[in-house]
Each structure stands twice: as C-alpha cells, then as structure tokens.
Design a protein around this ligand. Structure first.
Ligand code: BGC
Length: 365
C-alpha cells in the first residue's frame, strides 16, 4: 500500500510539472543527499527564509518560529514574505545570496519560477531547502521538508466520506470538489490524494459531482484566495443546486472551507460536510460549533523545528536526516525529503489532537 501511494505521489508531482517532467525523467536517479552537506559553516552565519504570501495562518506562524528558532540557535535570520508575488520572491532570494546566506529555505509561491535564483544560490555555495512546497524543474534544491501532502489529500477524501455517512447512512451523495492554487506544487498533490479515495466512489455511483466539474483544472482556486472559492461556490449553487441537496464539499484548506460555508449560508442551504486543512483558529471554532466538519493537524512548530535542525546539521558539516529518499521527483531530480505525518481532526478527536496547543487546546475542551 505504501509503495503504491508513494509511486502515485511521484507521478502526481511529475504530472504537475507537465512538459519539463518528461525531459527530466532520464536524470531522475541523482543520488540522494549528494549536494548539500559540504564542510559546515560559521555558527553565526546568515540564513535566508523566503516565505510565500500570507494565504493561511501556517505561514504567519512560520515567520515567527523561523525568526525565533534561528536566532536562538545563534544564526542571523533573514525571513521574508513575498507579498508582491513571484518577482518579489525572486528578488528576495537574490538578495539573500548577495548577503552570503549559507542556507536558503524556500516556501515557494510558484515552485517552477525560481530556477535562476536557485542557481545563483548554489553557485554561491548555499544549500537550498524546499519548505512545505517542493521546488520544481531545478537541480538546485538539496532537501525537502514537509508534511506528507498526498496523505493530507487522502485524509480529506476519507473525512468527506465519513462525514456524509454519519449524516445519511447511504448514498448517492451530492458533492463538489475544490482544489488549491495551481502554481503551488502542493495543490495537485492534495487533490490527487483526495481523488485516490473519492474516484472509486464516483465511479461506482456512491458520489455524484452534480456540477460535472471533476478535474483539477476545473476545481482550482487561484492564489488560494477565499473570494475566488466563495464566488465559485455561489456559481455552482446557483447553476446546479436549484432543488438538489448538497451533501459535501472537498475543500483543500481551512481558509477556503470557511469561504465555501459563507457561500452556502448566503444561499440559504443546509450546511454540508466540508473538509479543510491547517487547524486555523476560526476553523477549529467552526468545527466545535458543528459547522466545518474536519481539518488537518500539521503542527507548524514541528515543521519549522525540523527545517532548523537541518540548518544546524549543515552548520556542523553533517548530512541532514531524511526519511524519504526517493518519492519526490521534481521533474529534474529526486529531492531527498523529510516528511512529517499529518493527522485528521474532527469534533470527536479535537481535544486529544490539540491537548498540548496553548491556543487550540482551550477551544476544544
Ligand atoms: C500549504 C497549506 C496551505 C496552503 C495555502 C499549501 O502549500 O501546504 O497548508 O493551506 O499552502 O496557504
């Protein structure tokens, strides 16, 4: 089962990088961990962290955690958001290279648009770590640290099925599908993971996508923007749900889940089962109030901690620990990865999941 999932996941990533993936396949056997762990560097070195836009709470949390964690480990931290878009992020990475950053950690807006800057980074001797989102179509990425994104999608798909079954014992169930932003390499992986669970149920008639919009391209939400998801849900409800009941919506994250719920409420429809991801405060409150059905627990503290551990290992001249050397083909090379395990959260297990979380714990008691 694991092997199957992993190979599907690799295929999903290859598919996401489309044209260049084909030319890259021949070189996919680059040995893991070869390029990143040269000789170590000064303990107070400059470390760059290039974050995308503030499209969800996890990125905002990451900013503070990287600043605090890198500084308390003795490094100089340069943590930047690219609120102005891809060119902003390109300029920020170039400037990190100019400042002599020894490691550059990148949460890409568009993982396929940073090739020139990542080459500059490697030419200057920096190690490049892809954080949360894979960097595509480039040799110039050494490591990937993330939650298992394909698994996130599978958990979302399963939660959608379980939630609907809990309300109505048997189908057919009417559903709609939403995906994230197509420039984010994770979006297709989340969707493919969910469809791995949902497609057989669509094929056997248990699930009906009433709008007929079943492909990733039809389901995407540009820029992960709430207003885009809300508008699409308004259109779907107006066009396909005159008298039909909507039983469930696959939402790739919490921000979009709340936008979908806003649309359904405005249309005066009963609340369907809606999935999510990120454990955002407002969504956890919504889950406890019985509105949003599920989210995913991907603790940002643990992810940032592992990324910083990689920096510490590199500083000491050691090869960072990885636990998945072969699943993440970025179209040009297989990027050695360290994957953390995501957890599904519903009202039933929220208290247990967040028992050590100072913010979410008290909300779920
Ligand atoms: C992250 C998600 C997040 C989304 C939008 C993805 O790449 O993995 O956690 O919801 O970006 O910010």
């Amino acid at each position: 089962m694991l092997t199957f999932n992993k190979s599907v996941k690799s295929l999903a990533v290859i598919a996401a990088v489309s044209a260049l993936a084909l030319t890259g396949c021949g070189r996919a056997e680059t040995p893991a961990g070869t390029s990143g762990a040269a000789g170590g560097f000064a303990q107070d070195a400059e470390i760059g962290v290039a974050l995308p836009q503030k499209t969800s709470e996890n990125w905002v949390l990451a900013e503070g955690l990287f600043n605090d964690g890198l500084k308390s480990a003795g490094f100089k931290a340069d943590v930047q958001f690219a609120n102005g878009g891809v060119s902003d992020q390109q300029n920020q990475i170039s400037s990190m290279v100019t400042k002599g950053a020894k490691v550059i950690i990148v949460g890409a807006i568009d993982g396929a648009q940073l090739g020139t800057q990542l080459k500059q980074a490697k030419d200057a001797g920096a190690t490049v770590i892809a954080y949360d989102r894979l960097l595509l179509n480039t040799e110039n990425v050494d490591y990937y640290v993330a939650y298992d994104n394909y698994k996130v999608g599978q958990l979302q798909g399963q939660a959608l099925l379980d939630g609907m079954k809990g309300k109505k014992d048997s189908g057919p169930y009417n559903i709609e599908l939403f995906a994230g932003s197509p420039d984010d390499a994770n979006a297709k992986v989340f969707f493919d993971g969910a469809m791995n669970v949902l497609q057989p149920k669509i094929d056997d008639g248990t699930l009906k996508v009433v709008s007929g919009q079943k492909t990733f391209e039809q389901a995407v939400t540009q820029g992960w923007k709430a207003e885009n998801a809300q508008k699409r849900m308004d259109t779907l409800l107006a066009g396909s749900y005159g008298s039909a009941e909507l039983d469930g919506v696959l939402s790739p994250n919490d921000t979009l889940a709340r936008a979908i719920l806003t649309s359904v409420k405005a249309a005066g429809k009963p609340i369907p089962i809606v999935t999510g991801q990120d454990s955002e405060v407002e969504s956890v409150k919504s889950i406890m109030a019985g509105e949003q059905y599920s989210t995913i627990n991907k603790d940002t503290t643990a992810l940032v901690k592992h990324a910083i551990q990689m920096v510490k290992d590199l500083q000491a001249g050691k090869t960072p620990e990885i636990n998945d050397p072969k699943s993440y083909n970025n179209g040009v090379k297989v990027v050695p990865a360290y994957l953390l395990v995501p957890q599904i959260v519903t009202k039933a297990n929220a208290a247990e999941q967040y028992k050590n979380d100072k913010v979410l714990g008290p909300l779920t008691k």
